[in-house]
Design a protein around this ligand. Structure first.
Ligand SMILES: [Zn+2]
Length: 250
């Protein structure tokens, strides 16, 4: 198993808490760049068999706690409700395949999506890339949308035990022990790839040996740091909204 034991205290105890996590997680994801009303964030509830997912029709930045749908993983028709994203199966099939996963994000952020359209790989160049010490998966069946249970299961298979899987010529799926870890994966993969592009423009790449990567990972990425990161992302959202408000009032 690649992920740590789920941080039980961070899995939502009720639908209200789950909706708040999805809303904030979606808004944080929007800071990586919006893609119309596409991209979706979900979290698993502490009970294990319920998830909460963003509804379609609004952008990630617009998601509030009322824009979240609860789905029972034990109900085969759970996704057949109004407002469900076409590719919600990505979420349900990963939750079924990975009981330790507490949050799933599918989106099309620029750097990860660019990588998905190449045969290049993520290089271990900085501490950011170390989060992916087990590599990132690649779903290469086709560039189509993921809309059937079989396709969802194939994505879950391509993800394996890792934290992210690139969908060929399409985008990426991030998972985590909880919403904090899934967001960290998204922000950190984008940052790793940006640095990889810059590094390649500066000179010959000098990757960290894998043995050293494995040693850095447990020190650099500890569960106890994650709440501090989450709190900072939430403060950033507040600062962003404040600056927007100031601009609108000028
Ligand atoms: Zn997609």
């Amino acid at each position: 198993m690649a992920l740590d034991t789920p941080a039980q205290s961070w899995l939502a105890l009720d639908p209200q808490e789950a909706a708040k996590q999805v809303a904030l997680g979606s808004q944080i994801m929007s800071t990586l760049g919006e893609d119309l009303t596409l991209g979706h964030v979900s979290v698993r509830h502490a009970c294990g068999n319920l998830i909460s997912i963003k509804r379609k029709g609004i952008s990630l930045a617009e998601v509030g706690p009322d824009d979240v749908i609860v789905v029972d993983l034990n109900n085969p028709d759970g996704l057949k409700v109004p407002g469900m994203h076409l590719e919600a199966l990505i979420h349900t099939e990963i939750y079924r395949a990975r009981p330790e996963v507490g949050a799933v994000i599918h989106s099309h952020p620029v750097y990860s999506t660019a990588l998905s359209s190449t045969n290049a790989k993520l290089e271990y160049l900085t501490h950011d890339s170390v989060l992916f010490h087990e590599g990132i998966g690649r779903y290469t069946d086709s560039a189509h949308l993921i809309m059937t249970p079989e396709q969802g299961q194939r994505v879950a298979h391509a993800l394996g035990e890792r934290r992210a899987v690139l969908l060929q010529n399409h985008g990426v799926v991030f998972v985590g022990e909880d919403i904090r870890w899934a967001i960290l994966s998204a922000i950190t993969l984008e940052r790793s790839l940006k640095l990889q592009i810059y590094a390649g423009q500066i000179g010959k790449l000098n990757p960290i040996p894998l043995a050293e990567v494995k040693k850095i990972f447990p020190i650099k990425y500890q569960d106890k740091f994650l709440t501090e990161y989450w709190d900072r992302w939430v403060r950033e959202l507040g600062e962003h909204k404040e600056s927007q408000g100031t601009r609108e009032n000028q």
